[in-house]
Design a protein around this ligand. Sequence first.
Ligand SMILES: *[C@@H]1O[C@H](CO)[C@@H](O)[C@H](O)[C@H]1NC(C)=O
Ligand SMILES: *[C@@H]1O[C@H](CO)[C@@H](O)[C@H](O)[C@H]1NC(C)=O
Ligand SMILES: *[C@@H]1O[C@H](CO)[C@@H](O)[C@H](O)[C@H]1NC(C)=O
Ligand SMILES: *[C@@H]1O[C@H](CO)[C@@H](O)[C@H](O)[C@H]1NC(C)=O
Ligand SMILES: *[C@@H]1O[C@H](CO)[C@@H](O)[C@H](O)[C@H]1NC(C)=O
Length: 362
Amino acid sequence: MDKLYTLLLITLIFPSTLISSHNVPAIFIFGDSIFDAGNNHFNKNCSAQADFPPYGSAFFHRPTGRFTNGRTVADFISQFMGIDLQKPYLEAQIAVVNGSKKDYPSNGINFASAGSGVLQGTNQDMGVIPIQEQLRQFQTLANQNRIDKKVIQKSLFFLESGSNDIYNYFLPFTPPTLVPDTYVEAMLKEVTNFTDQIYKLGGRRIALFSLGPVGCVPARALVPSAPITNNRCFGKMNVMVKKYNKGLENLVNDIPSRYPGAVGVYGAVYDIVQRFRAIPSRYGFSDVSNACCGDGPLRGELQCGKEGYKICENPNGFLFWDYFHPTEHTNKIISKALWGGNKSQIRPINLKNLANITVTLV
Ligand SMILES: *[C@@H]1O[C@H](CO)[C@@H](O)[C@H](O)[C@H]1NC(C)=O
Ligand SMILES: *[C@@H]1O[C@H](CO)[C@@H](O)[C@H](O)[C@H]1NC(C)=O
Ligand SMILES: *[C@@H]1O[C@H](CO)[C@@H](O)[C@H](O)[C@H]1NC(C)=O
Ligand SMILES: *[C@@H]1O[C@H](CO)[C@@H](O)[C@H](O)[C@H]1NC(C)=O
Ligand SMILES: *[C@@H]1O[C@H](CO)[C@@H](O)[C@H](O)[C@H]1NC(C)=O
């Protein structure tokens, strides 16, 4: 990364480092492995796990159940806000049920479950928790007044989900019955219902994050119809992803009229990541195609940490940590773009402003 650019990034994105936002006390997080902070680990029935070494090695120095070598985007945003990282819901629940804690945490809760999708059926056989169930978990706490209504109104709500639905669409053992456009419409219907419920429960600051270029993940090596040579991405998959992302952005654009008093933002993660892939060296990457950790073509055939895996020496130089997931370095620079970035990265306002503006409670 050249010096001028680094300086620009620092001054544009970090005018002051950790600003403690008294306005926003908490984040409630929903979605898949991009955000999962250990829910699957506490769900013994679930086979989608990352609770073994070398996951977590770059920051926590132990596996936490996060599907990366360090912090997730939600973790970084919490740090930028000056609040503690959110605990997985299932961990918080165990503590309350067994009496070691009286209350649920006041800095928010992470409901995300790796492998899950916006469609209820996605990876159900793996025991993952779909967004509908994540919502019910939140709803139950809200209805029991386990979470303060005023806290809900001030908090940020994050959703990132849909990659698994689209990835699975191309797997040979589940021949899709819907054409791509209809499948994407079904996905967006679920997201709309999700945001309707969040609003009804009092959520007023809603951030919907686009999917990244799922067709470029090393795990495309597991999809028979996908290309794996010459850094080519799986075009058909990315076409669906872009369609979904467009629908998501339309939903965000509708928020002011659909949900009076609420503010929505659309995080353009797809475009942020495509920029990293286009000019890797500027962002500190030496490899934006292969996974750092795994095995097989693109190191995308075997999950990191499973018997026979190989690992790179410099994870920070890699876009991908394992077959599906970004490295902590990638998460960090995505987070900076979402927190302090301009309209090409997040719109109509960035997360820093979303956390700062006054929401009129109606
Ligand atoms: C786990 O699976 C068992 C047996 O299928 C079932 O009884 C139990 O309710 C499941 N637990 C969770 C948390 O899903
Ligand atoms: C209660 O749960 C917490 C984890 O949240 C754990 O650390 C603690 O050991 C548990 N206590 C008992 C008595 O089971
Ligand atoms: C919307 O979500 C709620 C809560 O998860 C669910 O009870 C309801 O059936 C959903 N409605 C539709 C139309 O999918
Ligand atoms: C927004 O940020 C991107 C990435 O840093 C940059 O390339 C672009 O020129 C910026 N756009 C504007 C309008 O400032
Ligand atoms: C937003 O930030 C500005 C300066 O960065 C500050 O003056 C203002 O008080 C903040 N507003 C709220 C509502 O926190």
